[in-house]
Design a protein around this ligand. Structure first.
Ligand SMILES: Cc1cc2nc3c(=O)[nH]c(=O)nc-3n(C[C@H](O)[C@H](O)[C@H](O)COP(=O)(O)OP(=O)(O)OC[C@H]3O[C@@H](n4cnc5c(N)ncnc54)[C@H](O)[C@@H]3O)c2cc1C
Length: 393
């Protein structure tokens, strides 16, 4: 099948569409792949005009890989970096163990665009380069796409990720933690590249943590989360923070001291609402399906946010195709991921507690068991993935 073209900005949106997907990340593009393949009329509205970097550790869990392959991506063709071991670093201590599955390091720049392209190949229309907002939800739903006009639909898949769409904001019950995230790609020297081969590294600090792993083309992704107060004490800028991190952590110093940054500026994010789970209004049925981070936000250290996004996309599309409304879908996705999100939050808080760090780093064989347990407690279960996959036929 030839791909439906990306529609130029100068044209106006069609007046109506069967399903409008706002946000062309993994959740939105994944859902659009399924709907378009089933022959439904799908319009994707994506803010970025072209492929863009995203703040993310770029770690693809086994569920993420399974979904992407099932949706039609030939993951082996992207040149991602296969990882099978975790190295945990705290102060001068380093311990390592096998991962409970094989992970993959692949940039979101490449991955998200490939999935959007797959959705287009399946027949979805992709409109991009503007910020969508909701003009009305009474009767039918009207989505405004700035100068490209607006589209009317009875079914909206809301997949705008961490950002809220104007008109349909999330309301977290608790205020997000005061954390700042940064991401930068580096070109490291050949010795450090060899040391990183096959590993994902998690570096713990007293007031944050960092993930380090290779992706395609030998690039190394450093993605970190730190308390904002610490960033300010360091001088308030990425450069100052990195300087202090390298000075205080010999491991990072070794990895990055002569590395070349590959992006002009780091990507950054502030106050991600970790722990948020959408609570649908009781008794009110609407045509709005919340997908990915718009439904629930899991702590980043689990490396499974993408898996959850894809799970929700496939599940939402499957429910819609089966004639089940958004209420049914929200109940199902809640059962599949709310416990995982809550447990990930508890584990994250426990990991910041000095005695638990000492136990983990003690080298008494606790790390492999802890890792297996953490994975079992925080990932979408294999049976939930299999159930969702069945919806794909
Ligand atoms: C610091 C950090 C590290 C992480 N590391 C990992 C990791 O290693 N592995 C992992 O699996 N998960 C990780 N995650 C989580 C993962 O990135 C998210 O859970 C996942 O991207 C959610 O997918 P999504 O499709 O819901 O949203 P997104 O991927 O954020 O996609 C949303 C899309 O919507 C578009 N958009 C937003 N607003 C509008 C609008 N108004 N109009 C039109 N388009 C709009 C955006 O441009 C974007 O393309 C990490 C998260 C953070 C914050």
């Amino acid at each position: 099948m030839t791909a439906a073209p990306t529609v130029p900005f100068t044209r106006q949106l069609p007046a109506t569409a069967e399903v409008v997907v706002v946000g062309g990340g993994l959740a939105g593009a994944g859902a659009a792949c399924v709907l378009a393949k089933a022959g439904r009329e799908v319009l994707i509205l994506e803010r970025e005009a072209a492929a863009a970097h995203k703040i993310c550790g770029d770690f693809l869990s086994t569920e993420t890989q399974r979904y992407l392959r099932r949706l039609g991506l030939d993951l082996d063709a992207f040149g991602g970096h296969v990882t099978s071991r975790l190295r945990l670093i705290y102060q001068k201590h380093i311990v390592e163990t096998a991962l409970p599955f094989t992970g993959l390091g692949l940039s979101r720049f490449q991955l998200d665009e490939a999935l959007l392209d797959q959705a287009r190949q399946n027949g979805a229309q992709l409109w991009r380069g503007h910020r969508a907002s909701v003009a009305s939800t009474t009767g039918s739903i009207v989505v405004d796409f700035q100068s490209a006009g607006s589209v009317r639909t009875s079914t909206l898949f809301l997949a705008t990720g961490k950002q809220d769409m104007r008109g349909l904001r999330r309301e977290p019950e608790t205020a997000p933690e005061d954390l700042v995230g940064f991401k930068m790609y580096f070109d490291v020297n050949s010795e450090q590249r060899r040391a990183l081969a096959g590993h994902v590294e998690l570096v713990l600090f007293d007031r944050g943590y960092a993930g380090l792993q290779q992706v395609e083309n030998n690039q190394v992704n450093l993605c970190l989360l730190v308390e904002r107060s610490w960033l300010m004490e360091c001088g308030g800028t990425w450069e100052c923070l990195l300087h202090i991190l390298l000075r205080s952590c010999p491991h990072l110093q070794r990895r990055l001291s002569d590395a070349t940054p590959l992006l002009e500026h780091p990507l950054s994010v502030y106050r991600v609402p970790y722990g948020f789970v959408y609570q649908p209004p009781v008794g009110k049925v609407s045509g709005i399906y919340r997908l990915g981070d718009q439904f629930g936000v899991i702590s980043s250290f689990t490396g499974d946010g993408m898996g959850i996004a894809l799970h929700s996309g496939v599940l939402a599309a499957g429910h819609y195709l089966a004639g089940l409304d958004a209420g049914h879908y929200h109940r199902r996705i809640g059962q599949d991921i709310a416990g995982q999100i809550r447990r990930a939050g508890l584990l994250y808080r426990a990991s910041r507690w000095a005695p638990s760090r000492r136990l983990l780093m003690g080298g008494a064989g606790l790390l492999p068991q802890s890792l297996k347990l953490a994975a079992a407690l925080t990932r979408v279960t294999p049976s939930a993935v299999t159930r969702a996959m069945r919806l794909l036929g």
